[in-house]
Design a protein around this ligand. Structure first.
Ligand code: FPP
Length: 244
């Protein structure tokens, strides 16, 4: 979007998490197979990612595939994997443009079980964008918040086993530092469209003080105007972090 047309905010979240929900229902409403909803959802992902970057939001995390999503019919899982492939190829094609915009891409989640060609493309995307950090684009793939906390705790347990750490010295910061989002600010705002009011195992530890914004719009129909509404709501929130 043209810089002059961009909305202006008195306060912007540093990190926005988005649960891209409602693709299946969007397709069903139109009598289409579910994967068509994911195709449209992937377009919305590109559109909102770009808009958020243009607005100057530093960090974005999109929930693309949860540890539970493997339970879906194989053809739906395969269609989502194909959308990842397409996007990963695009990241390589648009290398120069993304570099200019200062985009860094990170994949968060458990890498086991992800097809090998996708893993290689994920690593390649991270490598070619690693020098920038103006906009950090996290894509959660095979991600589960509880599983992420277990991963962090296991890393700390290894330190204990090696005698380098004592249980009583474990801090919140240490747990944060071993999550996939280590070094990134916690999300200030979590957006969930499609009329569901759940966190669904998304950024469990990190969203301790996040503001939530829900909407009935299905993700494929989600627009820049909806994202702006979420940011306007955030602007009005009085964040106290447990204080008064
Ligand atoms: C949830 O909607 C959505 C998913 C499980 C998949 C999200 C994937 C994409 C948007 C496409 C690929 C993304 C990238 C990064 C290229 P749902 O299927 O649960 O919807 P429903 O609740 O209406 O069934």
């Amino acid at each position: 979007m043209d810089q002059a047309q961009l909305p202006v905010f008195s306060v912007l979240p540093q990190h926005v998490g988005i649960i891209m929900d409602g693709n299946g229902r969007w397709a069903k409403q139109r009598g289409l197979p579910r994967y068509k909803g994911h195709i449209e959802g992937a377009k919305t992902f590109r559109k909102i990612g770009e808009f958020a970057g243009d607005l100057g939001i530093h960090c974005l995390t999109f929930y693309a595939f949860s540890t539970e999503n493997w339970k879906r019919p194989p053809e739906e899982v395969a269609a989502i994997m194909d959308l990842f492939r397409e996007y990963l190829r695009e990241l390589d094609d648009r290398k120069a443009e993304n570099e200019e915009k200062g985009i860094k891409v990170n994949f968060i989640g458990d890498r086991t079980g992800i097809p090998r060609d996708i893993l290689a493309m994920m690593a390649h995307s991270e490598r070619i964008t690693r020098k920038k950090d103006h906009v950090i684009l996290n894509i959660a793939v095979n991600y589960g918040g509880r599983q992420e906390i277990v991963h962090s705790v296991r890393e700390l347990a290894k330190e204990i086993e090696k005698g380098r750490l004592k249980a009583k010295d474990i801090t919140e910061q240490m747990i944060s530092d071993h999550l996939y989002t280590a070094g990134l600010p916690d999300p200030d705002l979590i957006i969930r469209p499609s009329g569901e009011y759940r966190l669904s195992n998304f950024l469990l530890w990190q969203s301790a003080y996040a503001e939530f914004w829900y909407s009935d719009i299905l993700w494929p129909d989600f627009t820049e105007a909806d994202f702006t509404k979420a940011l306007r709501a955030f602007e009005q929130r009085n964040r106290r972090f447990g204080g008064v």
